[in-house]
Design a binder for this molecule. Sequence first.
Ligand SMILES: Nc1ncnc2c1ncn2[C@@H]1O[C@H](COP(=O)(O)OP(=O)(O)O)[C@@H](O)[C@H]1O
Ligand SMILES: [Mg+2]
Length: 154
Amino acid sequence: MVNFISKSEKQTIETGLKISTLVKAGTVIAFIGDLAAGKTTIIKGIAKGLGVNRDVESPTFTLVNEYYGNLKIYHMDCYRENNIEGWLEIGIEDYFYGDGVSLVEWADRIEELLPEDVIKISIQHDMEHINYRKFSISSTPEREQNIKKLLKLK
Ligand SMILES: Nc1ncnc2c1ncn2[C@@H]1O[C@H](COP(=O)(O)OP(=O)(O)O)[C@@H](O)[C@H]1O
Ligand SMILES: [Mg+2]
C-alpha cells in the first residue's frame, strides 16, 4: 500500500501526470472515493500525461468517455449505473481486457468485475484540512515500489 497526502488540486493533477508514466496498454485503474474526493481530478492528470488534449470530465450522458492520446483511454463512472449485468451488456470486459487504458470512477460498485491485475486508488477527504486528500494506492508489490519511487516516498 502506498499512502500519501495531496494538499491541493494542482498536486493531485501532478500526481496523475507522474502515474501516467506507468500506464501501458491494458492497464486498469480503479478509483474509489466519495463525491468530490478527487477521482476526476487525478484522471485529468493521467489523461494529460497520456497525451489527451481535450477536456476530461466524468461521463454523464454516456457511461464511457473515450479519449485518444498515446493510447486509447476509456473513462467510466459507475455511480449511476452500478448494475453488474448492465455493465456486462455494455461490454466492460472488452474494455478491461483490451488494448486501451481503463480509468474507472466508483469502481467499488463493480468490484467483482475488476481484473485481478488492477491499480486501486482510494481517496479520502481530510476532516481538518479542506484541500487535503488522503491517497492509498494498492497493486502488485512491484508496481507499488515503482509508484513510491515516482512519488519520492519511502
Ligand atoms: N487536494 C485536492 N485534490 C483533488 N481535488 C481537490 C483537492 N483539494 C480540493 N479539491 C477540489 O475537490 C474537487 C474534486 O472534484 P472531482 O475530482 O470531480 O471529484 P470526484 O470525481 O471524486 O467526484 C474539485 O472541486 C477540486 O478543486
Ligand atoms: Mg468524478
